[in-house]
Design a protein around this ligand. Sequence first.
Ligand code: ZN
Length: 399
Amino acid sequence: MSFDPTVGLSCEDPSLAAQAPGTFEVLAQAGDARSARLWTGHGPVDTPCFMPVGTYGAVKGLDPDELARIGSQVILGNSYHLAHRPGAERVARLGGLHGMSGWSRAILTDSGGFQVFSLRGLQRIDDDGVDYRTHFDGSAHRMTPRSVLEVQAHLGSDICMVLDHCPPADASPADLRRAVDRTTRWAELAARLRPEILGARQLCFGIVQGGVDLEARRAHLEAMAPLPFDGLALGGLSVGETTAQMHATMAAIAPSMPADRPRYVMGIGMPEDLLAAIDAGVDMFDCVLPTRNARNGQLFTMAGRMNIRRAQWRDDARPVDPTCGCPTCRRFSRAYLRHLHGQNDPLFGRAASLHNLWFFHALVGRLRAALRAGAYPAVRAEILAAYAPGLLVESTPAP
Ligand SMILES: [Zn+2]
């Protein structure tokens, strides 16, 4: 895909007058799909927007300039990791996440709740919060709607997430209802606490739960929509449900989320998930998949996913994707990348991550540009016709 993901980004346009954080303008619409601009304390974000994940304050191996050059506008940080390593107050003393990491664009942090609820056997949930032991050193801690906002205040996040209770995909209807009710109460408390804890330029998003039960989702959206958050997220997707269930949930719920605020789906996913999300009117999404899979040797192309470890690439002098304009494809061959992977060279992880992030940014950027140009249906159809979701196995040797 030759699309340059930095094309049309507002953060590259110095003539654009800065707006107050939280300002959200819908610029174009096609069916439920839309393109918008969200202003944060660290500049504008053009949507739809894919957000790379930098769990503990770095998108593994990549430096901030590289991320900006390939069109990243927002990166994610994980509050659970950062609160314990290196510690939220230490991050604050080092200038916040921006000052510590040198990233000057927007940062979104999750509450850390998702990680804590995943610590099976190491946590105990009650109506006011959750007691847990860390997977780092087993030390005991407590997480509450207040504590997660305090951590994110220290981190200096531009977009902070409230504490929610994300139940597993196989939760019983009764457990699901309890988690949803608890999430509502915690969100109401977070909305009340927010003015005293978060800075005036920090945004705060609420989270809609309910699993793949559409009635529970609708009811929870109804409870969350009136609360004074700057945006709403769909949480609890990509936690074990089928792809069809995930897509159906987004299609049924996202278009009913408040249109005048950003919509964010947490933790998705594959390129086909992003297409379904954009179709449903979702503005923002994040996933570790492009970078984690890159480090494991899986590279995304329009023709399919490439496992660079396979022997078939050993003498292949072509770039990973001859139509890709990323820094990796401009310089490195499949054979060289396979060799670097085999040697465990750190350059492999960086080069592979840059390619995969470019692919995700370019895919979403192409749809964003199409929405703004009034060409969404045609470009979407073109992408669907060209995109092969399976594993790329070429039987013919390289020329
Ligand atoms: Zn590339």
